[in-house]
Design a binder for this molecule. Structure first.
Ligand code: PEP
Ligand code: MN
Length: 329
């Protein structure tokens, strides 16, 4: 960003005002050696162009055009998912198994989620698995199971859409479509999902910069999605103590710098049941509008992600920690 000074403005005074706002500058001199403008250094505080233009001594401000104008436009807009507001009240809770393993299991866990005050039940019918020999979900029939289970306890459904050819089937059953981390930059899938107009939970790819994540959101909005909820689920770290590195800074940036709806997934973000609650609470402190967690009654027999699934009583404790009101299903 470039700050252009009035010809009579003392550069030191303009620099002082900018520093007071948290902006670090570099002088740009004209042919006569006069400081005619200043560039703003990376890492400076986010301050609106309108505020900068109003400063004494500032003639104009030139900002490069944003590559994600639709995401920028979503800044600060209230977000409602069904009857759930992300802006008023306590953080939202999304809970359910990693994979929908059976009809009975998703009915049981939807009820556990509802009792804990969740507003969405989650669970994968189509599972992206690192090995082709692992359980990859029951497919379309599991979509009907999760829809019925959610309806029975008054919850909404969020479930992953893995490929373009299943967008229609998932859109028929889900209130929010999940784009998994592995598909964050599958632009053809983003466009197909965007065309449904259904809200999207957009997971961050484990190697994506915040800018790339925002641009994935831009693809969705451009294709027709009305609401993109960003989901931080951890990026690849170097330390094997955790499965991923839950990026609290990214949550704070999305909430406080970009004013966007953001949810944390401490289950995939840590891979460890014992860290889910503390990371969920930290994420909300950093600015998350809610959390999504995986649950199981018997994690040792779960067909996917057992080590990170929390028990129903831990979900209840998390809900109390987040000050979510309990529900009677
Ligand atoms: C999931 O939520 O089930 C999932 C596969 O997550 P991610 O895309 O973050 O790995
Ligand atoms: Mn999982």
């Amino acid at each position: 960003m470039l700050i252009q000074l009035h010809s009579e403005a003392p550069p030191a005074e303009v620099r002082r005002q900018l520093q007071a706002l948290g902006l670090w500058t570099r002088d740009l001199k004209d042919a006569e050696g006069r400081v005619g403008s200043m560039s703003i250094q990376a890492g400076s505080a986010p301050v609106s162009i309108e505020v900068l233009r109003a400063l004494p001594g500032v003639a104009d401000v030139h900002a490069p055009a944003s590559p994600h104008p639709l995401v920028d436009h979503a800044r600060g807009r209230p977000v409602t998912l069904g009857t759930t507001s992300l802006n008023d009240g306590p953080p939202i809770l999304i809970a359910g198994p990693c994979s929908i393993e059976s009809e009975a299991m998703i009915h049981d866990l939807a009820s556990v989620a509802a009792t804990a005050g969740a507003t969405f039940v989650r669970g994968g019918a189509y599972k992206p698995r690192t090995s082709p020999h692992q359980f990859s979900g029951h497919g379309e029939v599991a979509l009907t199971w999760i829809r019925e289970a959610a309806d029975a306890v008054g919850l909404q459904v969020v479930t992953e859409v893995l490929s373009e050819n299943t967008v229609e089937a998932v859109a028929r059953c889900a209130d929010m479509l999940q784009i998994g981390s592995r598909n964050m930059q599958n632009f053809a899938l983003l466009h197909a999902v965007g065309r449904t107009g259904i809200p999207v939970l957009l997971k961050r790819a484990n190697g994506a910069s915040i800018e790339e994540w925002l641009l994935a959101g831009e693809h969705l909005l451009h294709a027709g999605t009305g609401t993109v909820v960003f989901c931080e689920r951890g990026i690849r770290g170097f330390d094997p103590h955790t499965r991923n590195l839950l990026d609290m800074g990214a949550i704070a940036v999305l909430r406080h710098e970009f004013g966007l709806p953001v949810i944390a997934d401490p289950s995939h973000g840590s891979g460890r049941r014992d860290l889910v609650v503390p990371l969920a609470l930290s994420a909300v402190a950093a600015g998350a509008h809610g959390v999504m967690v995986e649950i199981s009654r018997d994690p040792s027999t779960a067909l996917s992600d057992g080590p990170q699934a929390i028990l129903p009583e831990t979900l209840q404790a998390l809900s109390e920690g987040l000050q979510i009101t309990e529900q009677t299903p």
